[in-house]
Every structure is written in C-alpha cells, then in structure tokens.
Design a protein around this ligand. Structure first.
Ligand code: AMP
Ligand code: MN
Ligand code: MN
Ligand code: MN
Length: 276
C-alpha cells in the first residue's frame, strides 16, 4: 500500500483549531496514513492523538515544532519520532514554555499601551492548557476589530518591527537539535523559505544545523509553489539532508491548506522516514 504522509501539523495543544483526536480523525478522512503532530514547543497533544490513531488504524509519529535561535534569527525545527518522556527534552520544553508565557505577558503590555486591553486574559483563556502563540493574539485582535484578517494582525501588530512585537531569545539552534537527537528523534528544518533568508544566510544556517546533528529539511510544505519546492530541493542536495513533507495545517477554515494535500517528494532525495 502506498502511504500518504503528513509530518507537520498543529492541534489545540498549541495554535491549531482541532483537538488532537479530531485532528487525527480529519487526517484519516483526508486519506493520510502516516501523521506526525508537531505542536509549538509542546508534546501535550501526543498521547490523545496516538490513542485516536490506534483506534482508526493510522500510523502516528510523535513530533514537535521547536522555536530555535540562530544568530538572532528564529528558526523552526521539527522533531520527528521523538520520545516525549525524555528527561532532557522535558526540561528544555519547560524553558521554552516559560519563555512563551513571559513573552505573552509582554505582548499584552505592548498592546495595552496601544489602548488594547485584556489581551493576556483572552489569549490565555483561548489557549486553555495549550501553549500561547502569536496566532492567539492575532485571533484576539481580529475578534475585537483591531484587524480584518490574521495576516493583517501580524502586519500591523505582531510581526518583527511592529508595535506589539517582542523579540524572544529561544534556545540555541544547536541546543534544540541536541534535545531532539537526545530524545531519539530526527531534526528537520521547517518551511525553509518562510524565513526570507538570502542564499548566503540559508547556507550558513544549514551548515550550522547539519554540524549540530540536524538531518532533514522540509522540501514539500502546505502552500509551497513548484519553484519553492525546487529551491528547497537544491538545499537538501547541497547539504545532504533527508527530505520531509508536511502541510503545517492549523485549522479547517483555510481553503488552500488541508491535511495530506501535498505534492510528492522529489524522487532523488532520501525520505526522512527512512531515518526513523
Ligand atoms: P509564535 O511561535 O508564537 O511566534 O507564533 C508563530 C505562529 O504564528 C506560526 O506558527 C503561524 O501559525 C502564525 N503566523 C506567523 N506569521 C503569520 C502570518 N504572517 N500570518 C498568519 N499567521 C502567522
Ligand atoms: Mn503555528
Ligand atoms: Mn513554523
Ligand atoms: Mn507549524
């Protein structure tokens, strides 16, 4: 049987709209046969997702998307096939989660200075037991009429250089890769073209990533054009990285992005799942 993979998506454990079990159910409905849940800096959703995956006969991979800092730049590193009970990883996640909570308070303070009050309480309630992300703030800003769209909320308030942007120093790239490798996982650079790095900086970052023990790069992502896939393909070859694919699905209401709706990986690259 040919498998249909999706190795990057989010649940209510971070900024996804669906609870882990509902996400798995939707993945099955979309024809996905191998799914990794990769919430931002948390493994909280994995147990529920796995339970549902076992019920429905879907192959489930424990995943995470860690925020990392490389020379002032935030990079997202997906960890696949990790052991969520690994003690060093758990300590690391505690640190990242503390940074997220502190940052959320600071973003809310900046919004308050713009006469937008109550943001922390609102996002904290919306996130529930999950991690607070900037997506929660974007939702809050749209709900309260401060932006028309999520993109607009980022452009006006939340993106780098905007009034409620709070620079955050996440764990070092090397540290993050070590956590993933220490937990038996495979580290994958997420959505390489989303950082808008020049080729020179991308090559630098990938050299550091590889030297730290990173093994994969997302070549096919949810909204990538053929040209973008070609770029990532070239980076995979140049740095001898295995190729991953994932939708980065967050919510059912996005018409262009669905679980498992992905182009095939280029045939000349090693699929990342061969490393599991
Ligand atoms: P955080 O990790 O808390 O900084 O939040 C990052 C998340 O915000 C990403 O994973 C996306 O889900 C979302 N995001 C970032 N930039 C944008 C954008 N321009 N438009 C919509 N969502 C965005
Ligand atoms: Mn997200
Ligand atoms: Mn990301
Ligand atoms: Mn993601």
């Amino acid at each position: 049987m040919t498998q249909r993979y999706d190795l990057h998506c989010h649940s209510t454990a971070s900024d996804g709209a669906l609870a882990p079990a509902a996400l798995v159910k939707r993945a099955v409905e979309q024809g996905v046969t191998v799914l990794a849940l990769t919430d931002h800096d948390t493994t909280e959703g994995l147990a529920e997702a796995r339970q549902q995956a076992d019920l429905l006969g879907l192959q489930f991979i424990n995943g995470i998307e860690l925020s990392a800092t490389y020379l002032n730049q935030c990079l997202h590193i997906v960890g696949l096939n990790i052991d969520p009970a690994n003690p060093q990883l758990m300590v690391g996640l505690q640190q990242q989660q503390t940074l997220r909570t502190e940052r959320a308070h600071k973003i809310a303070e900046k919004l308050a200075k713009k006469k937008i009050s109550g943001a922390y309480e609102a996002v904290s309630q919306a996130a529930g037991n999950g991690e607070i992300t900037r997506s929660h703030f974007a939702d809050f800003l749209v709900r309260n009429g401060h932006a028309d769209t999520l993109q607009g909320a980022f452009d006006r308030y939340l993106s780098k250089g905007q009034s409620a942007y709070v620079p955050t120093i996440w764990a070092d790239l090397e540290q993050v890769v070590n956590w993933i490798n220490g937990a038996g996982g495979v580290a994958v650079l997420a959505h390489p073209l989303r950082y808008k790095l020049t080729a020179k900086w991308m090559n630098r970052a990938l050299t550091a990533f590889k030297a730290a023990g990173g093994q994969g790069i997302e070549v096919v992502t949810g909204r990538a054009s053929l040209e973008e896939i070609r770029f990532s393909h070239q980076y995979a070859i140049k740095h001898q990285l295995a190729a991953s694919l994932g939708s980065d699905f967050h919510a059912p209401d996005s018409p262009y992005l669905e679980l498992g709706r992905l182009a095939e990986l280029p045939k000349d690259l090693q699929p990342v799942w061969e490393l599991f």
